[in-house]
Design a protein around this ligand. Structure first.
Ligand SMILES: C[S@@+](CC[C@H](N)C(=O)[O-])C[C@H]1O[C@@H](n2cnc3c(N)ncnc32)[C@H](O)[C@@H]1O
Length: 329
């Protein structure tokens, strides 16, 4: 088995493959952290699952670390470490990115059309559930016409594409939404919203504004998100979906947080639900390359920071991790 990367390597990789081109501040901070023995020692004092850049940096920012130079950030971190550590231990990475709906929409619309039924969405690892409303946003793929949703604000999610994805002309009809999370966040709770805000990287102001709009809409008619482990809850959630709907179980940026054995259990459970006569169930997995064991990788090589979208276990696209791009295969 390959050796787990050191904390320095994790921060260097995060700088290079995730933050570069997305957040200059995080790129610089993570580069510097990867060479800073004192800060690495503090991070290495945390439980292994709590050492991720996203979590550590969001905790520091939630405590007031300003998006500026590394020296300013470092001084704040060293001085406030006990408070920051407390947030790291209490919270987890629950970034909820509604823009990911843009990479799911073509597949959702295709499932609704092929099945000739409305959809019942079930999201595992739903956080505050902001991806459970793909019909409430509007979409613009490249320079194409806007595809309108049914939301009040109709916030437009922009997405670059290659490979000619099957773009729909309208959003599908969704009659049921539910989900599961270890710790469902409440889109109406100011403390939860502040944490979601801290998880957005510096410089990504558009994402911050979208969070406000999406959370307000979700708070207005919250989906039912049960508290628990996805493997314990998934069968019951499928069972509870309305019989007239095609069920779509989906997840984005979730499975990497599970031990590999639990990912395998989830995969096998979902496979056993597909193809049951009279009960259409589909599975959309939008995760980092290689995160879901046993699923084939897309052909060719690409930026290792991209996610892979699988439909019922078959790769259909590479996607930008925040929903910013869709490269159809
Ligand atoms: C990075 S967030 C992604 C949220 C959302 N899917 C999105 O794309 O915006 C990962 C979420 O998965 C949840 N999660 C992690 N492990 C889980 C498990 N075993 N069962 C249920 N939820 C889990 C976390 O609590 C967190 O809310």
């Amino acid at each position: 088995m390959a050796e787990a990367p050191s904390t320095a390597q994790r921060y260097a990789r995060f700088a290079r493959y995730e933050a570069r081109g997305a957040s200059e501040v995080y790129e610089q901070w993570c580069e510097e952290i990867s060479r800073d023995a004192k800060v690495l020692e503090l991070i290495d004092g945390l439980p292994r699952v709590k050492r991720q850049p996203n979590l550590v940096l969001a905790a520091a920012r939630s405590r007031g670390a300003e998006a500026g130079t590394y020296s300013g950030f470092r001084a704040f971190l060293l001085q406030d470490w006990d408070g920051i550590r407390d947030v790291i231990l209490r919270r987890s990475t629950q970034t909820n990115e509604p823009r990911r709906c843009a990479v799911l929409l073509p597949s959702l619309a295709r499932i609704a059309r092929d099945e000739g039924r409305p959809l019942a969405l079930i999201e595992v690892g739903a956080s505050a559930g902001l991806c459970l409303y793909p019909d409430r946003y509007a979409y613009r793929y490249d320079d194409g016409a806007v595809i309108n949703g049914q939301g009040r604000d109709n916030w437009v999610l922009a997405c670059r594409t290659t490979g000619n994805p099957p773009l729909p002309s309208s959003v599908p009809n969704i009659i049921h939404r539910s989900g599961v999370d270890l710790n469902p966040l409440d889109p109406a709770d100011p403390a939860d919203l502040a944490w979601l805000d801290a998880l957005i990287w510096p410089g990504m102001d558009e994402r911050r504004r979208l969070l406000g709009v999406a959370a307000e809409a979700a708070a207005h008619s919250p989906a039912r998100i049960v508290r628990g482990d996805l493997n314990a809850e998934i069968a019951g959630l499928i069972e509870a979906a309305p019989a007239e709907a095609a069920v779509v179980v989906f997840h984005t940026a979730v499975l990497a947080y599970l031990p590999e054995g639990d990912r395998e259990i989830f995969r096998d459970t979902i496979f056993s639900c597909l193809g049951v006569p009279g009960r259409p169930v589909h599975w959309l997995s939008n995760e980092g390359l290689g995160v879901m064991p046993g699923l084939s990788a897309p052909p060719g090589s690409a930026d290792p920071g991209l996610f892979v979208l699988h439909h019922n276990g078959t790769p259909v696209a590479r996607t930008g991790p925040h929903g910013q791009s869709l490269d159809w295969l």
